[in-house]
Write a protein of this length. Structure first.
Length: 240
C-alpha cells in the first residue's frame, strides 16, 4: 500500500511538472487575441533591443530572434541585454544551446531542418520545457507534421513587406477559409499589417507572425502601431 502511494505521488508530481511546462509553451500576455508573434530583422541595427522590449510591453506575445548569419556570441550578447523576465517569451532560430543558459522559452526549426528531425529528437527538446515551432509552405504537408510542434508558420499569406518580390500564395487564404487543422496551430506569416489582418476573417489561422510592420519605429510609433493591431483584431472572427 505504501509503495502504491509513493508511485501515485510520483505520477502526480510528474503530471504537475508537465502542466507547468505546457503553460509556458505559448505565453499569451497581451491584449491582442489570438497570439501575436514578432520576428526580428536578419541583421542587427541601432535601437533594436529597445524596440524588442517596447513590443513585448505593447502587444507582442513572443519574439523570434531570427539572425541566420550571426555568431553564437552575438546572440548571447543580445540575450544579455534583454531583461531576463522576457526570456520565456523569446524563441531562438539559431544556436539552440543558448536556450538552457538563458532560460529561453522556445526554439524554431526551418522547414528543411524539420524534415530531417525524427520524433525522438523533438521529444528531447520538448522534455526541456521548450516551445517548438517550424515553418511550412505547402498546406498538404500540415497533417503529416508532428503535433509536438506548438505552432507552424504558414507563408506567404500576403505580399511580403520586408522581402522584395516575395509575393503571396493566394491559395493559402482561400483554403484556410475552408479547411481546419484541429491538431495544429497555424500562424499566418507574410505581409501582416492592420490592413491585411481583416482579410483573415473567417479563416482557421490561430495567430499571426509579423516582421516588416514592426521595426524602424520610435517607441511612440510602436504604441500607435500596437493600437492599430488591436483595433484590427477586434473585427476578426476566426474559425475555432
Amino acid at each position: 500500500m505504501e509503495e502504491e502511494r509513493e508511485i501515485i505521488k510520483k505520477e502526480e508530481l510528474r503530471e504537475a511538472e508537465v502542466r507547468e511546462n505546457d503553460n509556458r509553451l505559448l505565453p499569451h500576455t497581451s491584449y491582442l487575441t489570438p497570439p501575436t508573434i514578432g520576428i526580428t530583422k536578419e541583421s542587427f541595427y541601432d535601437a533594436e533591443v529597445d524596440q524588442i522590449i517596447c513590443w513585448l510591453n505593447n502587444g507582442i506575445d513572443i519574439i523570434h530572434l531570427r539572425k541566420p548569419n550571426v555568431t553564437e556570441e552575438e546572440i548571447k550578447n543580445l540575450l544579455e541585454v534583454i531583461p531576463t523576465h522576457f526570456h520565456s517569451r523569446i524563441t531562438l532560430h539559431q544556436h539552440y544551446t543558448l536556450s538552457e543558459k538563458y532560460n529561453v522559452g522556445g526554439i524554431h526549426f526551418k522547414e528543411s531542418q524539420r524534415k530531417e528531425l525524427n520524433t525522438e529528437s523533438l521529444k528531447v527538446w520538448k522534455k526541456k520545457g521548450l516551445r517548438l515551432s517550424s515553418s511550412v509552405h505547402q498546406m498538404d504537408e500540415i497533417p503529416e507534421i508532428p503535433t509536438l510542434f506548438n505552432y507552424l508558420f504558414l507563408s506567404p499569406v500576403f505580399d511580403s513587406t520586408s522581402k522584395i518580390g516575395y509575393n503571396s500564395n493566394k491559395e493559402i487564404l482561400k483554403r484556410m477559409k475552408k479547411e481546419r487543422f484541429p491538431h495544429h496551430q497555424i500562424i499566418a506569416l507574410g505581409g501582416i499589417t492592420p490592413k491585411t489582418l481583416s482579410e483573415l476573417d473567417g479563416s482557421s489561422f490561430t495567430g499571426v507572425a509579423i516582421l516588416g510592420y514592426l521595426w524602424n519605429a520610435s517607441s511612440e510609433e510602436i504604441k500607435n502601431k500596437a493600437f492599430e493591431l488591436q483595433s484590427s483584431w477586434k473585427t476578426l472572427d476566426l474559425m475555432p
